[in-house]
Design a protein around this ligand. Structure first.
Ligand code: SF4
Length: 389
């Protein structure tokens, strides 16, 4: 029995139908970068209709009104530093009792001084994007030279200041073979979490090529293999939880889940750059994936105050102009339907893992137009699937 076999999934102990685990607020859509995969289709200037400082304070007060543990709040963009009241919002949320993280773009506004101001205001964590292991690939992805070096520098600064650091990596068919080299960097960066995001073809990301279902499965196995090396999270791939349960207590994983060419290549390169392919006891206990999903523990608020199940599922659940977030989160028919595994269709609808997985609702919607359809990025065939598909 391995450590991973003890708790393959982290279940939250409060009712996710009435209290979210994490809320992402896109404080602005303005950003000076033009990343290829941008969900937000970021724009150079602030939208006059974005939520005001007072609107933001009211939202943060509403979120702070939840019983503990209150939802974690991530201020994202666009580039949150495009808002002159960013520090004020962080301070307000912190004073109200919230844990605030900030997800800035790497631009000249991101300096040791601006990070220190955030920290002084109470921000606990900063997340930065790293989509390539070299300047050539990362800067190519983000459309501006010099961002890679600035990101490495900013990551170091975040840790020197003593803030938690999350690295976000978007994986597509173009950079999937670079994952081991990115891993080597994040292992050295002393991070709190590596979030590997499986591209949803929405926003500007629609021009990139996402992985197919079998490739996703191979990458998820690789992520599980390297989990003893770094705290890792699979974003928009909730079947990582299914895989964690399937692998629980399995002694010969390669025999139970044969290694395909992609995982084999990732494993070989990992051994070259990190010194181990993972899969064996590492320096840390693997982080169990948390059982939350779009609209079930997770919600996204855009810059104008519209509430969505996720930033990658463009269906509006309600607007802060009409009702507070807490009411929308609990009552929205859309969010209620997403929280009900009995409403899922296709393979997800008959899957024995539906309650702990539920599939990526964003991928389902992006592919079929139906947020309750089966997740096309999962290759699992539940018993009886042939009857329903
Ligand atoms: S079929 Fe759906 S619910 Fe089952 S593991 Fe795959 S994505 Fe998850």
């Amino acid at each position: 029995m391995t450590l991973q076999s003890l708790h393959p999934i982290r279940e939250l102990h409060h009712d996710l139908a009435t209290r979210p685990f994490i809320v992402i607020w896109e404080v602005t859509r303005a950003c000076q970068l033009a990343c290829q995969h941008c969900r937000a289709d970021a724009i150079p200037h602030r939208d006059p209709l974005e939520l005001s400082t007072d609107d933001g304070r009211r939202l943060l007060d509403d979120l702070a009104g939840y019983d503990a543990p209150r939802p974690m709040v991530v201020l994202t963009g666009g580039d949150p530093f495009e808002r002159p009241d960013l520090v004020e919002l962080v301070a307000h949320g912190t004073a109200a009792g919230l844990h605030i993280a900030v997800s800035p773009s790497v631009t000249p506004r991101l300096t040791r001084g601006s990070l220190a101001e955030l920290q002084l205001a109470g921000a606990k964590a900063v997340s930065l994007s790293l989509d390539g292991a070299t300047a050539a690939t990362h800067d190519g992805f983000r459309g501006i030279d010099g961002v890679f070096d600035a990101t490495v520098h900013a990551a170091r600064t975040v840790r020197e200041l003593g803030m938690r650091l999350q690295i976000n990596t978007t994986v597509t068919r173009d950079n999937v073979h670079e994952l081991p080299d990115i891993l080597a960097r994040v292992v050295l960066a002393d991070i709190a979490l590596w979030s590997v995001f499986f591209l949803v073809p929405t926003g500007r990301g629609g021009s990139l090529t996402p992985l197919g279902a079998h490739e996703v499965e191979e990458v998820l196995h690789w992520l599980h293999d390297i989990a003893p090396l770094v705290p890792v999270k699979a974003t928009e791939a909730p079947h990582f939880r299914r895989l964690a349960i399937q692998r629980r207590g399995v002694d010969d994983v390669d025999r139970a889940f044969p290694v395909g060419p992609l995982r084999s290549a990732l494993r070989t390169r990992t051994a070259e750059v990190v010194g181990t392919g993972g899969g064996s006891p590492g320096p840390r206990r693997p982080r169990p994936p948390i059982n939350v999903n779009a609209g079930r523990g997770f919600a996204f608020i855009d810059h104008r105050g519209s509430v969505y199940p996720s930033g990658f599922l463009p269906l509006v659940a309600g607007s802060l102009r009409d009702r507070p977030f807490s009411t929308i989160y609990t009552d929205s028919p859309l969010l209620r339907s997403l929280r009900d595994p009995a409403r899922l269709g296709g393979r997800c609808g008959i899957c024995e893992f539906a309650e702990v997985c539920g599939g990526s609702r964003s991928h389902a919607f992006a592919t079929t137009g139906d947020p309750l359809a089966e997740d096309p990025t999962c290759s699992y065939q539940p018993a009886g699937a042939s009857i329903r598909i």
